[in-house]
Write a protein that binds this ligand. Structure first.
Ligand SMILES: Nc1ncnc2c1ncn2[C@@H]1O[C@H](COP(=O)(O)OP(=O)(O)OP(=O)(O)O)[C@@H](O)[C@H]1O
Length: 272
């Protein structure tokens, strides 16, 4: 239960890959915390280390040094309290299972009665707007619908943290806008704590309550920006607000500076 302590604590995280051509330092010295119920977006220059960071958060990669803690306990491996949604929805869904079967799959490892499991799956499909597609197979659905199935599977699992790695990079602009609104709605109505990695500056400002701008690789947090836009957001009115433009300009400038190299990276600061 939330008691004022952070949900996620990342402190002095460092990750060095050993490779045949020499060591690659992907994450240099990265620290931040995230509270229960927050939606934090992470942006940074291409190849800066975003996926490496997410894999360390999700326990899929062991950090070289530093700490990742969830609810005060170190993350040392894949945690049942975290669900990850990747960009490649086509590869994350099982084509031989129906939509319902895909959403239900991770629940089979939980000790739930058949009735509760059925209700949980139906509720998740309802939440992503796909109750009518339960009996379809993923390959019968559009890309955006398949990504909704992946999101339904993640939320049915009731994770403490939903981690999303550029989840909408492969869909068209209109579908992307709809999926962004779905993430906002799930955040507002269900209070799901979400870490959302994106290349898209406008998307990070539209979605986030905070945006972490990462430096060039080896990465660290260059800026921790509070997004003080109203919680009820709308694709037209929110994006037309002068404050939206100020915030996107700020993120854009920081990424441009970050691209110029590690020497430009300053300490993490908060800007209201
Ligand atoms: N398994 C690996 N072995 C060696 N180096 C790696 C490995 N995985 C990633 N890297 C290197 O670590 C750095 C960060 O990679 P990472 O994929 O985390 O960045 P990213 O910000 O997610 O990239 P993108 O913007 O392309 O999505 C890059 O220099 C990459 O080449």
């Amino acid at each position: 239960m939330p008691d004022g302590s952070p949900l996620l604590r990342v402190e002095h995280l460092r990750k060095v890959y050993a490779s045949a051509t020499g060591d690659v330092e992907a994450v240099a010295d990265l620290s931040f915390t995230m509270d229960h119920g927050e939606l934090v977006c992470i942006v940074g220059p291409s190849g800066c280390g975003k996926t490496t960071l997410l894999k360390c958060l999700a326990g899929l990669l062991r950090p070289t040094s530093g700490v990742v803690e969830m609810d005060g306990s170190p993350v040392t491996g894949p945690s049942p309290a975290m669900a990850v949604v990747f960009q490649e929805y086509g590869r994350s869904l099982y084509p031989w299972l129906t939509v319902r079967g895909n959403v239900e799959l991770p629940l089979r490892h939980q000790k739930l009665s058949r009735a509760v499991r059925d209700r949980t799956v139906s509720d998740a499909l309802e939440a992503v707007g796909l109750p009518h597609a339960a009996r379809s197979h993923p390959w019968q659905l559009s890309g955006g619908m398949q990504q909704r199935v992946a999101i339904a599977r993640a939320i049915a699992y009731r994770p403490e943290v939903l981690i999303m790695d550029e989840p909408f990079a492969a869909v068209d602009a209109q579908t992307r806008a709809d999926l962004e609104d779905l993430v906002r709605e799930l955040h507002l109505t269900r209070g799901i704590s979400t870490v959302f990695v994106t290349h898209d500056i406008d998307e990070s400002v539209y979605l986030g309550r905070r945006v972490l701008v990462l430096s060039h690789a080896p990465t660290r947090v260059r800026e921790d920006l509070v997004i003080d836009l109203p919680p009820e957001r709308d694709q037209l009115t929110t994006r037309a607000l002068p404050r939206f433009t100020e915030l996107r300009t700020r993120v854009y400038e920081q990424i441009q500076r970050a691209k110029r190299g590690p020497a430009e990276a300053g300490p993490a600061i908060s800007v209201g």
